[in-house]
Structure formats: C-alpha cells, structure tokens
Write a protein that binds this ligand. Sequence first.
Ligand SMILES: *Cc1c(COP(=O)(O)O)cnc(C)c1O
Length: 232
Amino acid sequence: MSHIAENIKAVEAKIAAAARRSGRKKEGILLLAVSKTQSVDVIRQAVECGLTSLGENKVQEIMDKYEPMGEGIHWHLIGHLQTNKVKYIIDKVDMIHAVESLKLAEEIERRAAAKGLVMDILVEVNMADEDSKYGITPKNAEEFIRELAKKEHLRVRGLMTVAPFVENPEDNREYFRQMKQLQVDINAKKIDNIVMDVLSMGMTGDYEVAIEEGATIVRVGTGIFGERDYSK
Ligand SMILES: *Cc1c(COP(=O)(O)O)cnc(C)c1O
C-alpha cells in the first residue's frame, strides 16, 4: 500500500472513532483532502482511495488542476477568495468555504446568476478573534447571514472556521463548541432560506476534537499527503 493510502486509512479510522465517541455516524462527516501544493499525480493517489472531494486554497491551483484531474472531482475552495477571481471558479467548485464580506457575496451572486446556478457557500467565522485571520466575528454572523439569505443564487450551507494553530488540540475544543452553538442559535431564528447543516472545522492537528464537537467537514492536508513543500 502506498504511503498516501496508509495515511488515508489511518485518518479514516480516527474519524470513525471520533464519530463513535460522540454518538455520531461517520457517514455524516466528509473528509476533504486538502491538496494545495500537491501535484496531480500525488492527488490521484488520494482519489483512487475514494477521496473525490478536494480542497484548494488558491484559485490558480484549481485552474491548473481542474482539466488534468478530470471528471468526478468535487472541488472546494477553502481559502480567502478575492472578488476579482470569482469568475474563474464559479462553474468549477461545489462549495466556497470562506465567504466573509458582502462585497464577495455579491460578486458570487452575480456570477452564479449569470451561469444559472446556485452556489453553496459557508460563512467564515473568526472564532478566536485572531488579528491574522479572515472571517467575521461570531457577534456579526446573524446579521451577515440575514443579508446573504436575500440572495437567490447563494445557498448558505453553514459555517467554516480556521482555528488557531495549537500544540494541544484540546485548546481548540471551546472554539469548535462555540461554533456549533452559533449554528444552532442561528438555525433557531428560522431565517427564510437558511438551514445550516454544515460545519467545516478541524485540520490535521485537531480534526478529532472538531468531530467530537460537531464538524461535518474536516479539511485534512498534511495528515494525508505529508508535509507540504512550498518551494516548488
Ligand atoms: C492548508 C489548509 C488546511 C489543511 O491544513 P493541514 O494542517 O495540512 O491539514 C485546512 N484548511 C485550510 C483553510 C487550509 O488552508
């Protein structure tokens, strides 16, 4: 078995165990393979193991890999998206994870309308209030989502967060718990068009804790492909 296949088996076992611990079904959790910086050949190994949902944080990388990877891939844009780049990926990705400004939402709405599609989006929330991170504050989430709800070509599927980089994943448990609570609170407002069932949280260092707190998408790169090489 290849290195990547072994890694995937191990991650999937940990996902199943975390689901079991928290009384959830593993089928309710999507393992999104974060393929940024990885070559098409390497990514194919993950796809062959059944991981057909791929996360990229740069528009350019999706553009480069889209044709070579071919049909049957579900691309997710997980990184910060500049308004002027929406047009390149609007008909290529299944989901945009990091919507955090009205200006960006309006551009996605406009481009999706032009293509006659409805784009699934997540609202990025900066749970730990880190200066270095994108995302709206939890306090502003409801108001922001009320604005997004008016847009016909956006479907707000849920929330996404990039938790702080920590040595001990337990340090992020509280942020994951708060994000789950935010989802519950906003769903309880019964905003027209808003039923949020997705929580994109947890990366290689903390996805098990994130699952215990309700993650439905975990974004795992290093845990599948090994350390990234940014020199290429
Ligand atoms: C790179 C990246 C990940 C994956 O990080 P790993 O620690 O390698 O699992 C997850 N989410 C986002 C937004 C990323 O940019």
